[in-house]
Each structure stands twice: as structure tokens, then as C-alpha cells.
Design a protein around this ligand. Structure first.
Ligand SMILES: C[S@@+](CC[C@H](N)C(=O)[O-])C[C@H]1O[C@@H](n2cnc3c(N)ncnc32)[C@H](O)[C@@H]1O
Length: 301
């Protein structure tokens, strides 16, 4: 039923449904509730109309699943992504999620219709390459724009394009879970430093949008939006990955090691020893990792 591309390949350079499923509970716990509430109150509803929201780089719809119950009202969503496999998995994931909660979910062809208590949510996937075709997003259709776990992939020039849209058609923006570059393994090991640096170098590579902002994404967007008369709030939304998330710890260690070997092939032996030690710690329940993230709320003033 689901897209079955493997997790480790996906978490380094692409995004499989498996990887997104693994991260979703950590994201849910990490999100700033204050900023989510701030977003809710900033949305200006049109009389009697459902709230309309656009999610950029929606993947399998985790942002919708996090926000729709919080917003409560009738809603219409457009979940935009370029990956046809993720768009397909999106329908399965959302249907499964709704059914687990006892909500009626009907696939009406190009739209999923969910009845959640008194609220009705209509969800459409939209395939679009946001690197090439961002300007095809029609902000005048929506009341608010959201994106999660995406902005660290884009470049400063792409953020300028996003800001140009938000200036032409001012809308509240909630951009959650952008990495900020902090990574702290516990207990610390001597090789953490160069392995972390290799990871940061990899993160700054081109992910299809030009040189990625990586850990600078939220700060850069905050600066740009403030220059365009948006009021911006930023709050931490760190992942705290402990023994309850053993599979995620193993995946993060495997991913960090794979990237370090690519960036510094001459240090393969130390990287391999580091990964073996991290795997043993994870198996004993002795390993934890904090991955720094930031949530950003921008509201036009
Ligand atoms: C880390 S995932 C986050 C997905 C989702 N927002 C979530 O939190 O589960 C990054 C997403 O960006 C999407 N993406 C990457 N490049 C893209 C592009 N050029 N156009 C549209 N989506 C893109 C990927 O397909 C993937 O779904």
C-alpha cells in the first residue's frame, strides 16, 4: 500500500514515506504550540467559508494531520509536493489517520473528504515542482500558508521568491521544524565533532533550489519577512530522541556515518567505529540525541 523506498537512502537525499512516518511523532511533540495557536488566531476567515490552507512540500500530509484538529473549523487544504509517490502515499496516510480516529473519510476522486465531529475537511494533493514553479501557487486562494521540515532545503534566493509572493498577497505563514544546525549526542564521543561538521557541509549542498540555507533557514526568513512588514516570532522545536525512539536513533547514526564517509573518505575507519559504538549504545538504551529545530510564525502587519 505505502511507498516502500528504504529509510536510510531517503533520509539522506530524498524523502520516503517510511522516513516521514518515522519522524512524524517527534515532530508532533516538538512543535511550538504557542506559535500554532498564534497562527490559528492570525487566520482571517471569510464569512461562512471554510478556512483555506496551502502546505508547501507536504509529503504525506503530516502538517495537515498536526494542524487540522487544532484549527477545528471547516477547512480546505491543498497539499503541494513534487513527488508523485509521496502524493499517492498522502491519501493512504490521511485516510488511515482519519479512520483510526473514527472519522468518516471518503475518497471523492481528486479530493479526500473527512468528517471530524462537526467539522468537514477537504484535502487535495497538488503536484508541483516548487523550485521551478513556486509562482504558480495562488496565495489569493488561501487564508494561510504552512510548511514543515522544508525550508532548510531551499536557498536564500528561493526565500526571496517566497517573500515576494507574501508581499503581493499578505497571508500568515507558519513554517515549522526547520533544522538550526545544533546536534548533540549523549554521551559525547570524540568523533562527534568532525561527523557533525560533515553533516552540516552536506546539509548546505544544493537540494534543487541552489545552495541550501540548512541551519540558517529560519533566521534568514525571519530577517526577510521583517523587512517586508511582517511580525515574526521564532521558537525552538527541538527533537529530543531517546530510548523510546531506538529506530530513529539508529537511522540518525547510520545517516550521519554515511554522510561523513562521503565528505571525508579518509576517515572511514573512525566513522565505522563511531557508528558501531552508537549502535551498541542505542541497543542498550544509553543513547540520546537532540536535533535543533526552529518554528517560525510570520503575520502581516
Ligand atoms: C523533509 S520532507 C517534509 C515533508 C512533510 N512536510 C513532513 O513534514 O512530513 C521534505 C519534502 O520536500 C519535498 N520537496 C523537495 N523538493 C521539492 C520540490 N522541488 N518541489 C516540491 N516539493 C519538494 C519532498 O518531496 C518532501 O516531501
Amino acid at each position: 500500500m505505502m511507498n516502500a523506498r528504504n529509510t536510510e537512502q531517503a533520509s539522506v537525499d530524498g524523502f520516503s514515506a517510511d522516513w516521514l512516518r518515522l519522524r512524524e511523532p517527534l515532530d508532533l511533540t516538538a512543535r511550538s504550540q504557542t506559535l500554532a495557536q498564534g497562527f490559528k488566531f492570525a487566520l482571517k476567515t471569510r464569512d461562512g467559508q471554510p478556512l483555506r490552507l496551502i502546505d508547501l512540500a507536504a509529503g504525506t500530509g503530516a502538517n495537515f494531520r498536526a494542524l487540522a484538529p487544532l484549527l477545528q473549523a471547516d477547512q480546505e487544504w491543498r497539499l503541494v509536493d513534487h513527488d508523485p509517490l509521496l502524493l499517492q502515499a498522502q491519501r493512504d496516510e490521511i485516510s488511515h489517520w482519519a479512520q483510526q480516529r473514527g472519522w468518516r473519510c471518503v475518497d471523492e476522486g481528486d479530493v479526500l473528504s473527512i468528517e471530524a465531529g462537526n467539522a468537514r475537511w477537504l484535502v487535495r494533493g497538488q503536484q508541483l515542482d516548487l523550485a521551478r514553479d513556486l509562482e504558480r501557487i495562488d496565495l489569493s486562494w488561501c487564508d494561510g500558508l504552512v510548511t514543515t521540515a522544508f525550508l532548510d532545503l531551499v536557498s536564500s534566493a528561493w526565500l526571496d521568491r517566497l517573500c515576494a509572493l507574501l508581499v503581493a498577497v499578505p497571508r500568515p505563514l507558519l513554517a515549522t521544524l526547520s533544522v538550526d544546525g545544533r546536534r548533540a549526542w549523549h554521551p559525547a564521543l570524540a568523533a562527534d565533532g568532525f561527523i557533525g561538521e560533515a553533516f552540516a557541509a552536506h546539509q548546505a549542498g544544493d537540494k534543487g533550489f541552489g545552495e541550501s540555507l540548512g541551519g540558517h533557514a529560519a533566521a534568514s526568513l525571519a530577517e526577510k519577512l521583517e523587512a517586508h512588514a511582517y511580525r515574526v516570532s521564532v521558537q525552538p522545536s527541538d527533537w529530543r530522541i531517546g530510548a523510546a525512539h531506538g529506530e530513529m536513533l539508529l537511522t540518525m547514526a547510520r545517516e550521519a556515518a554515511a554522510v561523513a564517509v562521503v565528505v571525508q573518505p579518509s576517515r572511514e575507519a573512525s566513522v565505522s567505529a563511531w557508528q558501531t559504538e552508537r549502535s551498541a549504545q542505542a541497543a542498550r538504551g544509553d543513547l540520546s540525541l537532540v536535533v535543533g529545530h526552529l518554528d517560525l510564525l510570520g503575520v502581516p502587519v
